[in-house]
Design a protein around this ligand. Structure first.
Ligand SMILES: [Mn+2]
Length: 270
């Protein structure tokens, strides 16, 4: 067993503000939306519905890192324009993934929070660049990253002066293939013990299966997660990315009702 030399890690408790929201306080923050922005109608319909169900932040990818280059890789700048319009119409703050330092300028004009995806967790050039910004950053755990590697990736951002870092557990690669990844629920209290950073759980990528999203999310709240990021699509069967793990609008509404009761049990509120 490895003991992390934690002397260099940030210790003081961080509460990260995104607009009027605070991540890391008593209130849970729920981020929801499609994996990828596909059209104006798709995003607006999703945003209106998740807002009504109680979600706090809209997610939607314009630049998508895909395993195969032949898969749908996002709508790029057009996706950002759609995101901006939907944000203005609904009043929801938005988060979107930045894959490359060259995209930062365009994305920062729209996004209230930047997402660094698993595949870029150790892209130190990108981490250094977002560290120079004032925008909050959601740092996903790499798909084969240890807790120590993940926390030191966060330090790359923090050490540049951006202290608005939120960690995101999204499962790691193991021998198990039934689930897309193996969700490491214990990593949530572990990183909170080692650092002062808030943690959000991604049960969508953590399981890869729609039916497992809710149980995984509830376990995460019980383990002390400060919020959730959930993939939601108006018609998951036709989603261009991650349909099998996406909840439809009605399933998300039911999910939020259940979450409300579970949150209360653990002394949190929505
Ligand atoms: Mn996805």
């Amino acid at each position: 067993m490895n003991t992390i030399n934690a002397e260099d890690l940030v210790k003081e408790k961080h509460v990260v503000k995104v607009g009027n929201l605070a991540i890391g306080g008593r209130d849970l923050v729920v981020i929801a939306g499609p994996c990828a922005i596909e059209s104006y109608d798709q995003l607006l319909q999703t945003a209106t519905s998740i807002k009504r169900s109680g979600a706090n932040i809209l997610r939607g990818g314009a630049y998508k890192p895909r395993t195969s280059p032949y898969s749908f890789r996002g709508k790029g700048e057009e996706g950002l324009r759609i995101l901006k319009e939907v944000k203005e119409l609904t009043g929801l703050p938005v988060i979107t993934e930045v894959m490359d330092a060259r995209q930062i300028e365009n994305i920062a004009e729209v996004a209230d929070m930047l997402q660094i995806g698993s595949r870029n967790m150790q892209n130190f050039t990108l981490l250094t660049e977002v560290g120079k910004l004032k925008l909050p950053v959601l740092l996903k755990r790499g798909l084969a990253a240890t807790i120590e590697e993940w926390l030191f990736a966060a330090e790359y951002i923090l050490s540049e002066g951006n202290d608005k870092v939120v960690l995101c557990e999204r499962g790691i690669r193991t021998f198990e293939t039934y689930t897309r990844n193996t969700l490491d629920v214990v990593a949530i209290p572990a990183v909170k013990e080692l650092s002062g950073l808030p943690v959000i759980l991604d049960p969508s990528h953590g399981t890869g299966k729609r039916t497992l999203v809710s149980p995984a999310a509830m376990a995460g709240i019980a383990a002390g997660a400060d919020g959730l990021i959930i993939e939601v699509h108006p018609n998951p069967e036709e989603a261009l990315s991650d349909g099998p793990q996406s909840l439809d609008l009605e399933q998300f509404e039911q999910f939020m009702n259940r979450l409300d009761r579970v949150a209360e049990t653990f002394g949190r509120s929505l």
